[in-house]
Design a protein around this ligand. Structure first.
Ligand SMILES: C[S@@+](CC[C@H](N)C(=O)[O-])C[C@H]1O[C@@H](n2cnc3c(N)ncnc32)[C@H](O)[C@@H]1O
Length: 238
């Protein structure tokens, strides 16, 4: 069986696997649960200096990655499995739902921008998806690509030990996760909630759900609204 494959187009292929070579993702990579292939965009430069960028038409600061060079790099992975995504602060916010959809497919190709970004015409020409990892500006798409891949890889079968740990995590049920505690039961005068030490599974479940709902309501009204709407719909249908 072919493993889930991430193709990364970057001018810094040596950055990979980086953090993805450690812990859960690193073990899964070593066990060939997933595969990582980097493409050095500089290999597709059309001059002998390996130039991939040029100054922006209309002036202004910084440099822009050239459409012709990027297109040639993208052509080289035309047979790669899964969608092509350009990582950009302008893109649709990446979320757990998108991670789950990507993880259930054959893989993904991620284009990492640098400088001021990429020539718009390569986006128009190829019509690929644009994804952002948050409302902040990174120096390049590589850390964003690592986040996307990490979020997908941990959803691949067998990567995380128990299915329940995924099902109970933040966003899995449309809620942020409840607070977690471990030993010692009392630390600096702060005790872990009694209910968690009671061994009463139903009470623990109810406490955790109430906490997850409280935290989501307080911190993320956008998620809370969606959760309430979805639960109302489920109740109406049953
Ligand atoms: C310095 S940024 C360019 C920012 C661009 N001039 C703008 O204002 O939107 C260089 C590259 O980093 C990546 N990048 C930066 N922030 C990102 C984010 N929040 N999500 C995904 N990729 C990001 C993109 O690939 C981008 O082309």
């Amino acid at each position: 069986m072919t493993s889930w494959t991430a193709h990364i187009l970057t001018i810094f292929p040596d950055m990979f696997p980086g953090p993805l070579g450690h812990s859960l993702a690193g073990r899964a990579l070593a066990e060939k649960v997933w595969d990582l292939r980097t493409v050095d965009i500089r290999d597709f430069a059309i001059d002998k200096h390996g130039t991939v960028d040029d100054s922006p038409f209309g002036g202004g600061p910084g440099m822009v990655m050239r459409a012709d060079v990027l297109n040639a790099a993208l052509e080289s992975v035309a047979a790669a499995p899964g969608p092509v995504i350009y990582l950009t602060p302008r893109g649709r916010a990446f979320d757990q739902e998108r991670a789950a959809a990507l993880a259930s497919g054959p893989g993904v190709t991620l284009l990492c921008g640098r400088f001021e970004g990429i020539d718009e015409r390569v986006i128009d020409e190829r019509g690929f998806e644009e994804v952002s990892v948050g409302d902040f500006v990174l120096s390049g798409g590589e850390p964003a690509a690592m986040s996307v891949i990490d979020a997908c890889v941990r959803l691949l079968p067998g990567v995380v030990g128990t299915r329940e740990s995924l099902d109970e995590e933040s966003f899995a049920q449309g809620l942020l996760e409840y607070p977690q505690y471990t030993r010692p039961a009392t630390w600096r005068g702060r005790s872990a909630p009694d209910v968690l030490l009671s061994g009463h599974h139903e009470n623990i479940r109810a406490w955790r759900l109430a906490q997850a709902e409280r935290i989501t309501r307080e911190r993320r009204p956008d998620l809370w609204e969606r959760y309430v709407a979805r639960n109302k719909q489920v109740r109406t249908m049953s």
